[in-house]
Design a protein around this ligand. Structure first.
Ligand SMILES: NC(=O)c1ccc[n+]([C@@H]2O[C@H](COP(=O)([O-])OP(=O)(O)OC[C@H]3O[C@@H](n4cnc5c(N)ncnc54)[C@H](OP(=O)(O)O)[C@@H]3O)[C@@H](O)[C@H]2O)c1
Length: 232
């Protein structure tokens, strides 16, 4: 019988399509003594309320150290239509996307990354998006979402540099899950070929395979579900 290591995993956004699949897969793997499935709707961790993030981290800190922290939150539409043109830019929309897609994951890093052990491999990964790549942007549009994800990628790169000083075995990564059949992508699935629209379970399994292959030299990069590094 293999012994379950005395380590925990954390999924922030475990109520989402991708987040729920990540949490389910982690529980099924038996690799962790505990899996903390955190969310706004389920456990009260609201990315727009730093106190709730700090409280969740304090609760995790009472148990086995987290060696895997996944941030699977995000917003694309929900009340706003992603912009087709700069002419429709709305400061409230932009701020909302930055609050959820950039500042929220940064605050999760602020409160959860210090809990990672320094003497072992640990992974801090956040769901980003291919459209957050500046180098890969040929279509334009979706200004707020793209900009908030590009900024998230910078937050992750910065975190990787700083964390390497205290946690030399840590890996920080952004992940593009592919186009996944969830409420986030639902209004935009027309035109996506059936074999390119992934189930959350397939996407989660693919991303775990990618994370397993990353080492500290990869830290700070953004990787797609198939392991390909996405340009900055
Ligand atoms: N689906 C795709 O095709 C696709 C493609 C590229 C990238 N992504 C990225 O993958 C990630 C997951 O997306 P998904 O498809 O799983 O979306 P989803 O099903 O809509 O889930 C979104 C998650 O974000 C959480 N959330 C939103 N605002 C929050 C807040 N203020 N505080 C805490 N949690 C909050 C939601 O929690 P509640 O349940 O509390 O609302 C939910 O858990 C996102 O970062 C998205 O940008 C997805």
């Amino acid at each position: 019988m293999t012994e379950t290591p005395n380590e925990s995993a954390v999924v922030v956004g475990a109520s989402g399509g991708v987040g729920a699949a990540l949490a389910d897969a982690l529980r099924a793997s038996g690799r962790y003594a505990s899996v903390h499935a955190l969310s706004r709707s389920g456990t009260g961790l609201d990315l727009e309320d730093e106190t709730s993030i700090a409280a969740a981290a304090a609760a995790v800190a009472t148990g086995p150290a987290p060696t895997l922290i996944l941030v699977a939150t995000g917003v694309l539409h929900s009340g706003y239509e992603p912009e087709r043109s700069y002419r429709t830019l709305d400061p409230e929309h932009m701020q909302r996307d930055y609050r959820i897609n950039t500042i929220g994951p940064a605050l999760v890093a602020k409160h959860f990354a210090p809990l990672m052990p320094r003497d072992r491999r640990g992974v801090f990964a956040a769901l980003s998006a291919r459209v957050g790549s500046i180098g890969d942007n040929r279509l334009g549009g979706w200004h707020s979402y793209r900009a908030s994800k590009a900024a998230l990628n910078m937050v992750l790169r910065n975190l990787s540099i700083e964390l390497a000083r205290t946690h030399p075995l840590a890996v920080v990564a952004g992940l593009h899950p592919g186009t996944v059949d969830t409420s986030l992508s639902a209004p935009f699935q027309r035109g996506v070929k059936a074999d390119r629209l992934f189930t959350p379970e397939y996407s989660a399994a693919s991303m775990f395979a990618v994370l397993d292959r990353l080492d500290p030299r990869d830290s700070g990069g953004v990787f797609a579900w198939d392991g390909a590094r996405i340009p900055e």
